[in-house]
Design a protein around this ligand. Structure first.
Ligand code: SAM
Ligand code: SF4
Ligand code: SF4
Length: 368
């Protein structure tokens, strides 16, 4: 059978350079380390109403910060077109993120469009969203009605002073807790709660957070503070290793480890002996790159194959240029096949916890 020859795509838009003859994509793909493409995280805005100290510190993300203009953002139609091509390559789960995704106007319309997509064998995709919870009580019902399956909500403390210090936007704890309750009532579950732990800032909240959430319908996950982006001034000694978090909780609430739900699950699951579950996400001390099946689409349509990548691949130029679906799909396949990212493993191997200086994109832009 003769292979279809697809016209050459502008090499300046892509790295690495592609061969001059591209094969028509055949569906499921593996990267250079044998990892499938399974998850797609889509950042729908680089803006946020919080200024979390570990993500968008106010000194950097101030009134002079140049956020993307609206014309730079992928439209909902462009996002849906790309999502369909990613799904043909094996994506089964899509997470909307940002920035704060609920700030994107009419996000429900995007959810409706994405929800209509099917995997090659006719299955629904798992459609989820990560939010800081500030607009959740208002939006939970419309998100559910649009077809969203579930949400993950970030909350770093129950103590008002500590939480306000973390979000640096004077946002109260009670509103996030209310958002969680409304999301639960409308059926956006199972709901996970993300707590980034920063030593000396909110680590005293580990036990109160564990106590509160172990008897709730929500699964709390403790996340190691990561060296994403270039603005949070990350230092290894501000990371509280998951092993220490477990030790601290064990001394009060005995827990036993649970098996993973599926390969590539980011959290290690623990079961409280008197009921309830917690998760530990140990991206710094126990990297999980060997199972990483996540691609990230930035707000302006760049594909990043790793949270710590220096460069993205400009898909928007293809979408707005002459790229046909077949061409863009071929490019996606090519980019995934050469993927060999394993930043966190390399960082973990480096005993002093420091990695060679490199340019990194901000998490609010690439999507967490
Ligand atoms: N604004 C939404 C939120 O906060 O849930 C979605 C975007 S946020 C970038 C996604 C997740 O990344 C949040 O749970 C946040 O806590 C986490 N995150 C941000 N910066 C981080 C860092 N330096 N280390 C670890 N997790 C981080
Ligand atoms: Fe905003 Fe989420 Fe980053 Fe906090 S973690 S600044 S809520 S994008
Ligand atoms: Fe995946 Fe990169 Fe994180 Fe490793 S460092 S788990 S490859 S996103």
């Amino acid at each position: 059978m003769t292979k279809k020859v697809i016209p050459l795509i502008d090499h300046r838009l892509l790295a690495p350079v592609l061969p001059t003859q591209l094969e028509t994509p055949t569906g499921l793909i593996m990267d250079a380390a044998g990892r499938p493409l399974h998850d797609l995280r889509i950042s729908v805005t680089d803006r946020c109403n919080f200024r979390c100290v570990y993500c968008m510190p106010r000194e950097v993300f101030d009134k002079n910060y140049a956020f993307l203009p609206h014309t730079a953002l992928l439209s909902f139609e462009e996002i849906t077109r790309l999502a369909k091509l990613f799904i043909a390559h094996g994506v089964k789960k899509i997470r909307l993120t940002g920035g704060e995704p609920l700030l994107r106007k009419n996000i429900e319309r995007l959810i409706e469009q994405l929800k209509r997509l099917r995997t090659p064998d006719g299955q629904d995709i798992d459609l989820t969203l990560t939010t800081n919870g500030s607009l959740l009580s208002k939006k939970a019902q419309s998100l559910k009605d649009a077809g969203l399956n579930r949400v993950t909500v970030s909350l770093d403390a129950l103590d008002e002073v500590v939480f306000k210090h973390m979000n640096d936007a004077d946002f109260p704890v009670a509103d996030v807790l209310h958002g969680l309750d409304v999301a639960h009532q409308v059926g956006l579950g199972p709901i996970k709660v993300n707590m980034v732990v920063k030593r000396g800032v909110n680590d005293q909240e580990i036990i109160p957070m564990a106590r509160y959430f172990k008897s709730s319908p929500f699964i709390l996950r403790f996340i190691e503070y990561m060296d994403v982006g270039a603005s949070n001034g990350w230092k290894m000694d501000e990371v509280v290793p998951s092993a220490e978090v477990v030790q601290r909780i064990q001394s009060i609430f005995p827990m036993t480890p649970l098996p993973a739900n599926y390969t590539g699950e980011t959290a290690q699951r623990w079961h409280y002996e008197d009921g309830g579950e917690a998760g530990l996400i140990s991206s710094v001390t126990q990297a999980f790159c060997s199972d990483c099946s996540r691609a990230r689409l930035s707000t302006e349509g760049k594909l990043y194959t790793c949270l710590f990548a220096s460069e993205g691949h400009d898909l928007r130029a293809l979408l707005r240029g002459v790229g046909s679906d077949a061409e863009i799909s071929t490019v996606l396949g090519q980019l995934w096949r050469v993927r060999d990212d394993r930043y966190s493993e390399l960082r973990t191997l480096n005993t002093d916890g420091l990695t060679p200086a490199r340019k990194k994109v901000e998490m609010s832009y690439i999507g967490g």
